[in-house]
Design a protein around this ligand. Structure first.
Ligand code: ADP
Ligand code: ASP
Ligand code: MG
Length: 467
């Protein structure tokens, strides 16, 4: 059971999370928890501020966040108050020391900075885990916090580390199974891990979902539950389409596409461990359990609604390489992708014609060097400020005319890089970033708000989110 930042944003949320866990004690849960909402941002901000100037004033920007923790402790704890207050004070001192050491030792070296950033950011999840375990104990649930860094072992890619799966699985079992067998609920911080040599790492922003899935897979859990602030995966981002509604069931593949192309409710890597061990993933609303949830399972299910959900991702750059050399030649694509490989830059969507290749990127940190090398292969055109829209549904495979309906809905918006995955459950394309919201709104209206009877039968009963 993973609780995100808003599910532990304050005393009421902590108490609520503890109640949700205690009601499910019989299922022998392991709990994974995020930092209190906004705390990871604040911790990473303090690292940036320290690098720009004064470490002690950077540390003091965190005071109000420690106060938020103290308010939870005072509101909910009785026996554990002193121990937890001490833990907060120790963390405050340790973070201040880390920031100071960083400014003295590191200068601007990128890899060293990331090491310190991970060490500082880890306090968010570490404190939440200790506090939630204490709140559970206060609620008469046998519970203890377990340092996630003992369980999740990663490579040394600070800021975006990848778990070493065999090591992680065996250590997770060693640390967690005896607790489960003794009836204790282990609580771990998400997002964090450690290298084989014991240095703290993080799995990338939003990575607590991924932690939960890794731990779930390690223990062969019956289900991985993601408790968040919305009733499951919705038909679109509710901040763009306020009438978005819960999608009751998705296949792993559908959910993975949505997560990858911007449905923030699931970290893009969450489904990987679940798919490998065929563990269902359920996304639930910690604020209103009865308001709906999404179950993600291996089997596909066609909805009468053909399109199940729309995801979108902004901040994308597209690159087009055109070259007559491609005509009838082999080896060209290999040479092209080697450039991205060398610069460790992931490519998202790719389309090709006889003489050109178009692709999209999130990470443009090495783009000038990449373009310089691509120019040896052909003429290069870069378009920044793009967005990717991804329309998902098993039914896309077999419904004629769906592409026509999609593109005629947004016929005045310029579309590029149209791609349909091999499994044909998604249609993905790029638009200008400035028009992405409008495109999502219009498509949502077309596919979900002109509710015909079949649609309303399939979709959960009329929950309108207020996010
Ligand atoms: P947590 O802190 O619980 O991990 P996140 O903020 O990471 O929560 O993810 C939940 C948020 O994801 C929602 O509040 C919503 O704004 C956003 N979101 C974007 N797209 C979707 C979608 N298709 N379905 C549900 N939520 C979405
Ligand atoms: N606290 C981390 C973040 O804000 C991880 C998470 O919440 O999933 O990115
Ligand atoms: Mg999240």
């Amino acid at each position: 059971m993973k609780f995100g930042g808003t599910s532990v944003e304050g005393a009421t949320a902590f108490q609520n999370a503890a109640r949700i866990v205690s009601e499910r004690q019989g299922l022998r849960p392991v709990v994974v928890v995020s930092a209190m909402a906004g705390f990871t941002d604040a911790l990473l901000n303090s690292v940036r501020e320290a690098l720009n100037g004064d470490a002690s004033s950077a540390a003091s920007t965190l005071d109000k966040h420690f106060d938020r923790h103290l308010r939870v402790i005072d509101a909910l704890l009785d026996n554990e108050t002193a121990r937890m207050r001490d833990l907060i004070d120790e963390s405050r001192v340790e973070i201040a020391e880390l920031l100071k050491t960083m400014t003295l030792e590191v200068g601007q070296g990128q890899s060293q900075r990331k090491r310190f950033a991970d060490a500082v950011a880890s306090f968010g999840e570490r404190l939440s885990a200790a506090m939630l375990a204490a709140v559970l104990v206060e609620n008469k649930v046998s519970s203890t916090d377990v340092d996630a860094r003992l369980c999740i072992i990663t490579d040394e890619e600070f800021g975006c580390a990848a778990p070493l799966i065999d090591e992680t699985f065996s250590r997770s079992k060693t640390h967690l199974q005896p607790l489960l067998e003794s009836g204790c609920v282990p609580v771990l911080g998400g997002f964090i891990g450690s290298t084989l040599s014991g240095e703290t790492t993080t799995l990338g922003r939003g990575g607590s979902d991924y932690s939960a899935a890794i731990i779930g897979a390690a223990l062969a859990a019956e289900e991985i539950q993601i408790w968040t602030d919305v009733p499951g995966v919705l038909t679109a981002d509710p901040r763009v389409a306020p009438k978005a509604r819960t999608v009751p069931k998705l296949s792993f593949e559908e959910a993975a596409e949505l997560a990858y192309f911007g449905a923030k409710v699931l970290h893009p890597k969450t489904l990987q461990p679940a798919v490998e061990r065929n563990i269902p993933v359920r996304i639930c609303n910690s604020r209103a359990q009865e308001s709906g949830s999404t179950l993600v399972v291996a089997e596909t299910e066609k909805s009468p609604q053909t399109v199940k959900a729309i995801a979108h991702k902004t901040g994308v750059t597209t690159v087009q390489v055109t070259s007559a050399r491609m005509l009838g030649a082999y080896g060209f694509l290999r040479a092209l992708f080697e450039v991205f490989d060398e610069h460790r830059t992931a490519v998202d969507v790719v389309t090709t014609s006889e003489v050109s290749v178009s692709l999209s990127l999130d990470d443009t940190s090495d783009l000038p060097a990449i373009v310089a090398e691509l120019e040896k292969l052909g003429s290069v055109n870069v378009e920044e400020k793009r967005a990717i829209l991804c329309i998902v549904g098993e039914g896309l495979r077999s419904t004629p005319g769906i592409a026509a309906r999609i593109f005629s809905t947004i016929s005045d918006i310029n579309v590029s890089l149209i791609s349909q995955g091999a499994s044909r459950i998604n249609l993905t394309f790029a638009v200008e970033e400035a028009r992405a919201r409008e495109a999502v709104m219009r498509l949502h209206r077309e596919f979900f708000e002109n509710s015909d009877e079949e649609a309303s039968k399939y979709l959960a009963t009329g929950i309108e989110t207020t996010v």
